[in-house]
Design a protein around this ligand. Structure first.
Ligand SMILES: [Fe+2]
Ligand SMILES: [Fe+2]
Length: 184
C-alpha cells in the first residue's frame, strides 16, 4: 500500500487528464495550479507537495463524475494518506487530511467565503458536515497542521482557472524528492 514518486507521476499521466468534477480544469491542471500557488506564496517543500497531492484520493478511488450530485461524500482527503505515509511526513500528510475540514472552518470564520464557493464545492460541503459551529472551528484550528491546511484550502479554491499556465509536473517531482528527504 505504498506509492513511489514514479507511481504518483503515472497516476497523473493515466488519470490526470480527467476533468475535475464541476470545474473547468483537469485533475492535473488543478494539482499543478494549487502547487504553483503554494510555491509562489513561499510555502515550504512539504506544503507545496501537499498542495500538489491534496486531491490524489480522487485518482486512487474512482467514484465517477460529480459524486456529490449523487449524494456521495467520497472522503477523498483520507484515501491517499496510507499510500503516501511511507514517502512523506506529517508536514505533507496533515494538510491533505485536513483540507476538507479547512473549508468547514473557513465557512465559519470568513463571512464571504461560502458565497464564493463553486456550486460543486457548496454541494460537497453539505455532504461533508457543513459549516462548523464556533466551538468546532476553535477545536479545528487548535490541531497541529490546521493552519497549513487553511493555507492549502485557499490555494485549492483559487486553482480552478481554465488555461492558466503552470510549471510541468517534472518541476514538482524535484520538490517531492526534497520533501521525501526532509521526511520527519
Ligand atoms: Fe479536495
Ligand atoms: Fe482540490
Amino acid at each position: 500500500m505504498a506509492l513511489t514518486i514514479p507511481d504518483i507521476c503515472s497516476l497523473f499521466d493515466v488519470k490526470g487528464g480527467r476533468m475535475y468534477s464541476g470545474e473547468p480544469v483537469t485533475q492535473l491542471e488543478h494539482a499543478l495550479q494549487t502547487a504553483q500557488l503554494a510555491e509562489s506564496s513561499g510555502a515550504d517543500a512539504a506544503l507545496i507537495v501537499a498542495a500538489l497531492l491534496h486531491d490524489l484520493g480522487y485518482l486512487l478511488n474512482d467514484r465517477g463524475d460529480t459524486p456529490t450530485a449523487r449524494g456521495i461524500d467520497d472522503v477523498h482527503q483520507y484515501v491517499a494518506i496510507p499510500f503516501l505515509r511511507p514517502l512523506f511526513g506529517d508536514g505533507v500528510l496533515e494538510p491533505i487530511r485536513l483540507h476538507v475540514d479547512a473549508k468547514r472552518y473557513l465557512c465559519a470564520t470568513r463571512p464571504d467565503y461560502y458565497a464564493a464557493l463553486s456550486a460543486d464545492s457548496k454541494r460537497s460541503l453539505a455532504l461533508q458536515g457543513g459549516t462548523y459551529a464556533p466551538v468546532e472551528a476553535e477545536r479545528f484550528i487548535a490541531q497541529p497542521g490546521a493552519a497549513r491546511a487553511v493555507s492549502l484550502r485557499l490555494w485549492d479554491d483559487a486553482a480552478k482557472t481554465a488555461g492558466r499556465a503552470t510549471g510541468p509536473l517534472a518541476h514538482f517531482v524535484v520538490v517531492m524528492q526534497a520533501a521525501t528527504r526532509d521526511r520527519a
